[in-house]
Design a protein around this ligand. Structure first.
Ligand code: XMP
Length: 510
């Protein structure tokens, strides 16, 4: 396994993704990880990430120089390369010219991470740095140059320590994945055995051994994470897994039926559907504030879930779909990021339900979780499902939520999904949905004047929901969605398109 030490770069997770795509397991830890813990981790190789700091800044993040003595190969990326230089006796200087964007690399030696590349060809790479290497540390050689970086890559083949000024992990470095694969498979000699097939088998075997005869409770939301958790456990312990699906009445068209059908009928999972739509609706009556809606939905969810759980009796474990990005200890040199919305995570542990947790996805990225789902035979409608917020349609109805408004939105939203699927766009965008704007606008229908609600269409592209841009959906698809909603959905006479990016807007409207 590979250890990635993070210096706060926004692309550190991408390094981990590329390493895992080479089928090698890796973990991200803060650069401040104590040397004893690094040794206990026993890495086959270490990658030092980029970071926003300058090695000369007063509080510049450092790494214990002991990592260079482990005998495992080390690769420094951008800041990681500068810290290697700084710590091993070279000189880093402020570059007069900031190098940012595409650059062409000329290889001097096709070794280390360049082992698979053709030395004669210029290699397109993505640069983003201000400082540069002025003097190599003793023992190092220049492996590649670029127009603005006489030392775009360096290496000490004897100690197997390498540094690159560019970012091999980003898509703008087309051969970057090959370089990282060469490093972890060739230089570090890791075995390419991190596959989701192996992961699923090992996890199921581990659960069989560890959880045999114990009762496990799982909150199924219909999303891909909780679905994969439920199936892994089901394959391991069968009827000792108790799944609860809370129908809060705020789900999309057909969702409740689909989930209960797939899990109960197809897989034979022990699943209870708690029908609580009316309870949620009554609690939401008169509530207009989005945060208040989220709190009420969160509390009501826990209440319903607990009541169902009581009927099962004593359980030993609670299963949760926590993913790796949620557990990475982050080092932030950018200050705390503001909490904008109180994201209520369905399946979150009710504080007072003291149970041990089973979190089989703690090591996985979202893509890997999807792959496990496919391995286990989950249908594409669940594996490829777009993210859907815990509070569901309640935060897509501006203002007060009511039964009739939910029915209107659900129907309009169903049309959006149908048409996005028909156009082959559903899997290409991050999210696509309808928002009900209960503002009356005038229309005409036949000879009559109408005065009805507005539906807003929100379709966005994103990689992690932190930033997003509105999708340029073809006019023809927009036209079909609009005319179908206006013709088919009673009470709606106008469809508008949301063309805001995030930031400064958000993906959801509430
Ligand atoms: P925003 O609207 O903040 O959304 O740009 C970012 C992502 O988070 C989802 N989202 C939520 N998910 N509970 C959730 O589980 C929530 O309260 C919530 N609010 C937003 C949103 O759908 C998008 O994917």
């Amino acid at each position: 396994k590979i250890l990635i030490l993070d210096f706060g770069s926004q692309t550190t997770q991408l390094i981990a993704r590329r390493v895992r795509e080479a089928r090698v397991y890796c973990e991200i830890h803060p650069c401040t990880m104590p040397l004893e813990r690094v040794k206990a981790f026993n890495p086959r190789g270490v990658i030092l990430s980029g970071g926003p700091a300058s090695v000369y800044a007063v509080d510049a993040p450092k790494v214990d120089p002991g990592v260079f003595e482990l005998g495992a190969p080390v690769l420094g990326i951008c800041y990681g390369m500068q810290i290697i230089t700084h710590l091993l006796g070279g000189v880093v200087a402020r570059g007069e010219k900031r190098e940012y964007g595409p650059a062409k690399l000329s290889l001097r030696q096709a070794i280390g991470l360049f082992g698979e590349l053709d030395q004669a060809q210029p290699v397109p790479v993505w640069m983003s740095h201000g400082d540069r290497i002025e003097q190599l540390p003793p023992g190092f050689q220049v492996l590649a140059t670029s127009e603005n970086s006489p030392v775009a890559a360096m290496g000490d083949p004897a100690r197997r320590i390498y540094g690159v000024q560019f970012h091999p992990e980003v898509a703008h470095t087309p051969q970057g994945a090959t370089m990282l694969a060469s490093f972890v498979l060739g230089e570090c000699r890791c075995q390419p055995i991190w596959t989701m097939h192996n992961f699923a088998e090992a996890t199921i075997a581990d659960f069989k051994a560890r959880l045999g005869g114990k009762k496990v409770l799982c909150a199924l939301s219909g999303g891909v994470d909780s679905s994969v958790v439920a199936l892994l456990l089901h394959k391991a312990i069968g009827p000792d897994l108790h799944c609860i699906f809370v129908d809060n009445g705020l789900l999309r068209a057909g969702e409740v039926n689909e989930v209960s059908n797939v899990f109960r009928e197809v897989f034979g999972v022990n699943l209870v559907v708690a029908k609580a739509a009316e309870l949620f609706l009554s609690r939401l009556a008169g509530v207009v504030d989005p945060e208040q809606k989220r709190r009420i939905i969160g509390h009501t969810f826990i209440e319903v879930f607990e009541a169902e759980a009581k009927k099962i009796g004593k359980v030993d474990y609670l299963a949760q779909g926590t993913l790796y990005p949620d557990v990475i200890e982050s080092v932030s040199f950018r200050g705390p990021s503001a909490v904008i919305k109180s994201h209520h995570n369905v399946g979150g542990l009710p504080e007072h339900m003291k149970m041990e947790l089973v979190e089989p996805l703690r090591e996985l990225f979202k893509d890997e979780c999807r792959e496990v789902g496919r391995e286990l035979g989950l249908p594409e409608t669940i594996v490829g499902r777009q993210p859907f917020p815990g509070p569901g349609l309640a935060i897509r109805i501006m203002g007060e939520v009511s039964g009739p408004k939910l029915a209107t939105l659900r129907q309009a939203d169903g049309i959006v999904l149908e048409e996005m699927r028909a156009a082959g766009l559903y899997d290409k965008v991050w999210q696509s949905f309808a928002v009900l704007v209960p503002v009356k606008t005038v229309g005409v229908m036949g000879d009559e004047r109408t005065y009805e609600d507005v539906i807003a269409l929100r379709v966005v592209d994103s990689v992690d929901a932190m930033t997003a841009d509105w999708t340029r959906v073809p006019y023809q698809v927009l036209a079909t969605i609009s005319s179908r909603i206006i013709n088919e959905v009673a009470g709606v006479n106008r469809v508008v398109l949301d063309i805001s990016s995030k930031p400064p807007a958000t993906i959801e409207w509430e």
